[in-house]
Write a protein that binds this ligand. Structure first.
Ligand code: HEC
Ligand code: HEC
Ligand code: HEC
Ligand code: HEC
Ligand code: HEC
Length: 311
């Protein structure tokens, strides 16, 4: 029902003019440049809160990131460009490169605008006079992330869980207005806003189970990713890393420190055991296992878990 989507004030206008959002009376509010791939700043004219969140996300620095600039040799590797400044995303397929406002990285229109029907796709059945909108159920599903996060999406599918990417990386922030501009703020009911900071987060201690077996000249560490329904680490082209550090002890006295790095190629799959062999020629009867992770763009590693195991 339309009345449900809009506030009583707007409903009053409806009663007077009796028309829907595509009819003539509302086109006086239409702002045509919104349909020509404007930069994110333009969307901030109304969607200021969401813009401020996005500004803090990795998506907003996808083009200007130092690590990315270096990895593409100053944007000379053409096959690397399209996902970092996409025109419009499509499901499961690599997007096309945008020619304008590249510094904006993965911006609002990359995800929301479709030139097929010249409208902003989103999770709601919205009444938005400044630009046409279309309710698109995919915005609540993981597939909306698939055109750029291709590897991660494949891993997630294999995990066959019901939790979507959004349920962890775009959690609801608050119920509020999607717009911070008069008069629209007052014309719409508050809605759930999902966090456009796209927070990466960090695995919790219990997400990774650690066991160890003592063998001759060997510590066998068995890891199990029980919590995150994609590989740890996961990547399309970034180089996030996990570090597994084993310290051996004999009667409490430290003997050796051994380390293995887990790259995205050999990441810990969801619900699948991963065995790592640490060779040692010293005697030991207890060990400490520490797991750290470092995202592609992070300088420092962070500790996820540390446990002591007695033999
Ligand atoms: C149009 C392409 C595109 C789409 C669609 C997209 N992303 Fe991204 N995403 C990127 C790029 C490119 C980066 C890397 C930005 C950087 O750090 O340079 C990224 C980074 C991220 C990161 C940060 C990863 C890290 O290294 O910390 C998260 C989390 C993320 N995206 C989540 C999502 C989720 C969830 C969705 C779906 C709702 C999504 N993305 C849809 C292109 C996309
Ligand atoms: C299919 C889309 C896609 C293409 C093509 C692509 N990337 Fe990315 N890139 C991503 C996504 C998604 C991320 C987010 C983190 C991750 O999953 O690796 C990312 C993250 C990165 C990062 C880490 C974040 C940062 O800012 O430091 C670097 C570096 C990077 N990409 C470099 C490249 C290079 C070099 C190429 C070409 C070989 C490339 N990308 C091509 C999607 C893509
Ligand atoms: C990487 C893709 C991506 C980018 C970039 C992005 N959005 Fe979204 N947006 C989404 C997804 C996915 C949802 C639906 C989230 C859900 O319902 O779980 C959404 C939801 C919304 C909504 C409905 C309210 C809400 O939070 O669900 C609005 C309005 C919106 N986005 C505007 C914007 C604006 C403005 C920008 C730029 C400042 C932007 N988006 C950038 C993917 C994106
Ligand atoms: C002049 C104000 C204005 C500007 C500028 C504006 N919007 Fe909107 N937008 C609205 C209004 C009004 C709504 C409806 C809000 C509601 O339903 O609560 C809306 C809703 C949306 C939605 C939700 C659609 C849905 O069906 O879930 C998305 C996505 C969106 N806008 C994207 C954008 C993007 C991307 C830009 C920049 C290119 C932009 N908007 C610029 C006024 C604006
Ligand atoms: C159950 C919650 C959950 C779901 C569902 C989920 N993720 Fe993650 N994701 C995480 C956590 C937690 C991390 C941080 C892992 C770590 O400690 O490095 C992460 C990390 C990432 C990273 C950064 C690279 C890395 O290895 O840390 C990207 C990119 C990403 N997720 C994308 C996605 C996409 C795309 C989907 C859906 C296909 C998705 N995630 C589904 C929780 C989730």
């Amino acid at each position: 029902m339309l009345i449900k989507k809009i506030s009583p004030l707007l409903a009053f206008f409806f009663l007077i003019y009796g028309c829907d959002s595509n009819s003539k009376i509302w086109t006086v509010f239409r702002e045509e440049d919104l349909l020509e791939h404007p930069p994110a700043k333009r969307c901030a004219d109304c969607h200021l809160d969401i813009y401020n969140q996005w500004k803090q996300s990795r998506h907003s620095v996808a083009w200007v990131s130092e690590g990315y600039k270096k990895a593409t040799r100053n944007y000379s590797k053409t096959k690397c460009l399209s996902c970092h400044a996409p025109l419009e995303m499509s499901l499961n397929e690599k997007p096309q490169l945008r020619e304008k406002h590249k510094k904006d990285g993965v911006n609002c229109v990359s995800c929301h605008f479709s030139s097929k029907d010249m409208s902003m796709h989103g999770p709601y059945d919205s009444f938005s006079p400044p630009h046409p909108s279309k309710e698109d159920k995919n915005f609540r599903k993981s597939i909306v992330c698939s055109s750029c996060h291709q590897q991660t999406y494949k891993q997630w599918k294999k995990a066959s869980v019901s939790k979507t990417c959004q349920s962890c990386h775009m959690q609801p922030v608050k119920k509020g207005s999607l717009i911070q501009k008069f008069p629209f703020t007052y014309l719409h009911f508050p809605k759930e806003i999902y966090n456009h900071k796209f927070i990466t987060g960090i695995a919790k201690e219990n997400d990774i189970e650690v066991k160890a077996v003592k063998e001759d000249n060997l510590v066998k560490v068995i890891l199990l990713n029980k919590g995150i329904p994609h590989n740890l680490p996961t990547a399309d082209n970034g180089k996030p890393k996990f570090y597994v550090v084993v310290t051996t002890y004999e009667n409490g006295k430290e003997k050796e420190k051994l380390q293995t790095i887990i790259t995205e190629k050999y990441g810990m799959e969801y619900n699948k055991k991963k065995e790592l062999d640490f060779y040692t020629f010293e005697n030991y009867n207890s060990i400490k296992v520490e797991i750290f992770r470092k995202l592609s763009w992070e300088k420092k590693k962070k500790l996820i878990k540390s446990i002591l195991i007695q033999f």
